[in-house]
Design a protein around this ligand. Structure first.
Ligand code: FE2
Length: 291
């Protein structure tokens, strides 16, 4: 998927079937695709927390989930798995981005933490309502930072270079909303040891970094310039033409390079009237960060 061929269709086309394969065979095939494309979709993966973690354990160390390291409700399927599922207001005490119905703009897993986790994985357990309008089905979104940067460089030239200089040249330190972990002091965009080109950078993008930025003012020499650079990248990253988007089916496992890709999703409809009452969308996805 290097070069021009990067889209939701290309991710789906290059998928690997888990059905009937041994763990060793599946790992070997997934690794081959991951080495080439930095992202791999596996289909027909069993909805079993232990098998999911056994697979991911071949690529690194699955990190403890958020709730085990915070005061979020402890209702995840496994200590290393985050359950991403809509919760109606009133069914939680402490808000988490995992409960909401809005779109999730492209972001990195554990953007704050050091060392940078190598991989991020999502396993779709229950895709939820598919009869809602397109763009409101919780379609998965993936953004390849290198591809975005190369397109912006070609389009905007020096303007892009000036914005990128802010984001590569300014170390920042910020905390998670719910978790306490070792904090990274890298810039938001940072070099990779195995970079394939000048714009093949690592990125650690926090979902709500624009809201947090005023709190980082003391760390940033040219704050206004930095803010414009950040807004520029985030606004472009939010454009659908730069994103790969596809609906994940039950048993779809997406494993991606967390330095080189951001992940997100389109909106979901959380609740709707049904039989005189209110039905709640049962969409459920299990996410894991792998260091
Ligand atoms: Fe996420």
């Amino acid at each position: 998927m290097s070069g021009d061929d990067f889209s939701g269709e290309s991710i789906v086309r290059n998928h690997v079937d888990a059905g009937g394969r041994s763990l060793d065979a599946l790992v070997a095939e997934a690794r081959a695709t991951l080495d080439r494309d930095r992202i791999v979709l596996i289909r027909d993966f069993p909805l079993d927390p232990d098998r999911y973690l056994a697979f991911l354990g071949r690529f690194g160390t699955p990190l403890a989930n958020y709730s085990s390291r915070s005061d979020l409700a402890k209702d995840d399927p496994h200590p290393q798995i985050n359950r991403v599922k809509y919760k109606p207001k009133g069914q939680y005490v402490k808000q988490s981005v995992h409960y909401v119905g809005g779109e999730l703009r492209p972001h990195s897993a554990r953007s704050w933490c050091d060392p940078r986790p190598a991989y991020f994985a999502m396993l779709m357990v229950e895709p939820g309502w598919r009869d809602t309008p397109e763009g409101q089905r919780g379609e998965s979104v993936v953004l390849a930072w290198r591809r975005l940067f190369e397109e912006l460089a070609a389009r905007d030239g020096e303007t892009f270079e000036a914005h990128l200089a802010h984001l590569t040249g300014t170390p920042v330190t910020f905390e998670a909303n719910n978790v306490r972990e070792e904090l990274s002091h890298l810039p938001l965009c940072y070099p990779l040891a195995d970079a394939a080109g000048p714009l093949d950078l690592g990125v650690r993008m926090k979902q709500d970094i624009q809201d947090k930025l005023p709190g980082l003012r003391d760390q940033i020499a040219d704050y206004e310039g930095y803010r414009r650079a950040l807004d520029y990248v985030i606004e472009n990253a939010a454009e659908e033409k730069f994103q790969a988007c596809f609906p994940m089916d039950s048993g779809d496992l997406l494993l991606l390079d967390n330095n080189r890709f951001a992940h997100g999703r389109r909106k979901i409809v959380g609740e709707r009237p049904q039989d005189g009452g209110t039905a709640v969308n049962n969409r459920e996805l299990w996410s894991v960060t792998v260091a």
